[in-house]
Design a binder for this molecule. Structure first.
Ligand SMILES: [Zn+2]
Length: 211
């Protein structure tokens, strides 16, 4: 039987290709395992169910570790010159790899307070929004104040977000309340309505600790 001219269908990609494209040379280690022998002079060639393209694709993309390289050198699966070159490159790369990892870690640490602040600002604005939307039973002045505060809070948050993006640094515990401008008209109005409410409470004899 002439296998040279035969074709095979790959079980992975389903393509039919010449049988020669299914030949795979095992490493010495794999050959020893297959033949249950402790040593072998060269790797065995086997017929695979997958074509070489698929098999190459399936091979790990991860770079070899120094230990794997040393094992390959000692088992004869890798030429010692090539292995030593790879080991040398890994050694040279190491400081770069370390500084890269440190930079990444630092970037993460730096980003944390920013995320914290953004989250906190969003929560604060949500609180102002809740207060504004639940103003139904309040005096018109308080309603007006809640609306004002909510709108201010939204603007402050948007402004801080823009400034963060530009690289400005803020206290992660920043309180929007400290930045809200007081509308003087509203403040007077609130004072007036507060006094009115208090006098009504007094009239009804309610409130705390009345005698
Ligand atoms: Zn294939």
């Amino acid at each position: 039987m002439n296998t040279q001219n035969q074709s095979k269908t790959c079980t992975q990609c389903g393509e039919t290709k010449p049988a020669s494209l299914f030949k795979r040379r095992l490493t010495k280690r794999q050959t020893c395992a297959l033949l249950k022998r402790s040593s072998i002079s060269s790797g065995l060639v086997v017929d695979s169910v997958r074509c070489t393209t698929c098999w190459e694709k399936a091979k790990s993309k991860k770079p070899l570790t120094p230990k794997q390289i040393r094992n390959k050198i000692s088992s004869g699966d890798m030429h010692s010159v090539i292995g030593e070159m790879m080991l040398k490159r890994i050694k040279e790369e190491l400081p770069h790899k370390r500084s890269r990892a440190m930079k990444e870690r630092w970037a993460k640490v730096k980003a944390e307070p920013i995320l914290q602040l953004k989250d906190s600002l969003s929560k604060q604005v949500a609180q102002y929004a809740r207060r504004h939307h639940s103003s139904r039973y309040l005096t018109p002045e308080t309603k007006e104040l809640n609306k004002w505060n909510y709108e201010q809070a939204r603007k402050i948050k948007a402004d801080i977000f823009i400034r963060i993006a530009r690289g400005e640094v803020f206290d992660p515990d920043l309180k929007i309340a400290t930045l809200i401008k007081v509308n003087p008209n509203i403040r007077e109005g609130i004072k007036g309505s507060a006094e009115r409410i208090l006098s009504e409470i007094r009239k009804k004899g309610g409130g705390h600790g009345s005698n």
